[in-house]
Design a protein around this ligand. Structure first.
Ligand code: NOJ
Length: 509
């Protein structure tokens, strides 16, 4: 089968409120994104995934949708989105929207519509008046809210303002088919599917078991293992249904799932024929930035993926602190290594806005915080230039979230051949234009602290994540790209030497 565009795509994740503010109100918007498309074309990305663009009361910053066919007025008008899709296409950049299907806003007309009562999960209290079961919301607190006028509780895996839809209801499934078609008809290339792993809940609403001391911090925080409200395999039926809709179009539309599960067993439930095209790999994101741990999770992912499946990698998002901070503690050499890894692995990769300049998570003072779940520090505005407003907004305008340090910025890095931005661009070009970074992933034995692998197309990728120099024996070839750009082009005869925190892509015989 010929390669499909997304099989080695670089998807650039834009958080629209924080990317570029064209109208000077301190909030990023769609015209702002249009104004930066030339930059994204220059960077070489294949697609952009826009965080939520729909009208929303913003209890969860767009992830509480009140109208699936509209555009949030903070971001622009429907015509602005149409223009963005057209302008992106002119630059060969595809547009993915963020489909929030697990829940709506409590202000969505469906929620108040008596005829759509069964579209949500309403249940009677227990005889003692307590909620129907023990499920906890991902943000803490019970996953049930009581409505006295109705005498019932409704389910919400997230905030009370985000009532969960009942995905066992055929009418809900049909309504979303239409939403998908509405946007596919408008020329988007596909959707990133929010909460793709938890759309369908246990129909018996069984209690979740308690968390164990060895469980992930997110489970310990809520005190339980979300066995019955998160990560059920039944969500794959919904994905398959959407895939049929995606196939009605030519080219077929893409379904990229936020499969936020913490182990590969759970992830593989969604890697099914005719389901999602791409599944986000959170075990990779959550792995420590150590050679052994990363090599292990990648090898295991590769081992378990069926031959037809494509891996998808990412290390930063609007939910999880940026890798430049989380993995690299601000060290630029390590951030360069992370970019080499992300862009050399087999499959598709998501870069989050700012990853390409080594942007870090920003401490947001308490009085400026906006998010209920403490995620503001990975949502601060993009740093375009070292000027007041950072090129994100006009000088003198207070941005909706504070702007972090401006020393790493696009303007300074763009024409600097040694910059992290140039490195990112060169890596993107390398994966696109030369065959080296194609084909199977093959682990290579390496000294402690070094993660090395080959790509069938002829690349050897070696990352020394340790604090001491390392040597990889048995390498003949040439360095195509090194995080220290002065080594680009150097020949390697027998042994590849790596400085501490240095990564290399070599062409090997
Ligand atoms: C995942 C989104 O990325 C996150 O920002 C949001 O809070 C939850 N889903 C709920 O929609």
């Amino acid at each position: 089968m010929p390669e499909r565009w997304w099989e080695r795509a670089v998807v650039y994740h834009i958080y629209p409120r924080s990317f570029a503010d064209a109208n000077g109100d301190g909030i990023g918007d769609l015209p702002g994104i249009v104004s930066r498309l030339d930059y994204l074309e220059w960077l070489g990305v294949d697609a952009i995934w826009l965080g939520p663009t729909f009208p929303s009361p913003n209890a969860d910053w767009g992830y509480d949708v009140s109208d699936y066919l509209g555009v949030h007025p903070d971001l622009g008008a429907p015509a602005d989105l149409e223009r963005l899709i057209v302008e992106a296409e002119r630059r060969h950049i595809r547009v993915l929207l963020d489909l929030v299907a697990n829940h709506t806003s409590d202000r969505h007309p469906w929620f108040g519509d008596p005829e759509k009562r069964d579209w949500y999960v309403w249940r009677d209290p227990k005889p003692n008046g307590s909620p129907p079961n023990n499920w906890r919301s991902a943000f803490g607190g019970p996953a049930w809210t009581f409505v006295p006028e109705r005498g019932q509780f409704y389910l919400h895996n997230f905030l009370p303002q985000q009532p969960d839809l009942d995905w066992w209801n055929e009418e809900v499934r049909a309504a979303f088919d239409d939403i998908l078609r509405y946007w596919f008809d408008r020329g988007i290339a596909g959707f990133r599917i929010d909460v793709a792993h938890a759309l369908v809940k246990d129909p018996l609403l069984r209690d979740n078991p308690p968390a164990r001391p060895t469980d992930a911090p997110s489970w310990q925080r809520i005190g339980q293992r979300p066995r019955y409200n998160v990560g059920l395999p039944d969500a794959a039926d919904v994905h398959r249904r959407w895939r049929r809709v995606a196939r009605e179009y030519d080219p077929e539309r893409l379904l990229l799932g936020e499969t936020y599960v913490l182990d590969l067993d759970a992830l593989m439930q969604y890697v099914v024929p005719d389901g999602l095209h791409l599944c986000m790999n959170f075990p990779f994101l959550h792995a420590p930035f150590e050679a052994g741990a990363l090599a292990a999770v990648v090898a295991e992912t590769e081992r378990r993926l069926p031959s037809w499946a494509t891996p998808l990698w990412h290390a930063s998002s609007h939910d999880d602190p940026r890798f430049a901070t989380r993995w690299c503690a601000g060290d630029e050499e390590l951030a360069r290594c992370a970019l080499v890894a992300l862009l050399s692995l087999r499959g598709a990769t998501i870069l989050y806005q700012g990853d390409e300049i080594g942007m870090e998570a920003v401490e947001v003072p308490e009085e400026r915080r906006r998010d209920v779940a403490g995620r503001d520090r990975c949502r601060t505005p993009m740093v375009w230039a070292d000027v007041e407003g950072a090129g994100f907004t006009e000088p003198g305008v207070e941005p909706w979230l504070p702007i972090g340090p401006r020393d790493r910025n696009v303007a300074d890095q763009r024409d600097d051949p040694g910059s992290i931005l140039t490195l990112t661009r060169d890596l993107v070009a390398l994966r696109r234009h030369r065959g080296l970074l194609t084909g199977a992933y093959e682990p290579v034995e390496a000294p402690p602290g070094v993660w090395a692998f080959r790509r069938e197309g002829g690349a050897l990728v070696a990352l020394n994540l340790a604090e001491r120099p390392a040597r990889l024996d048995g390498v003949e070839g040439a360095i195509v790209l090194c995080t220290d750009r002065s080594r680009d082009g150097a020949l390697v005869r027998g042994a590849l030497d790596l400085a501490p925190r240095q990564a290399v892509v070599a062409s090997v015989s």
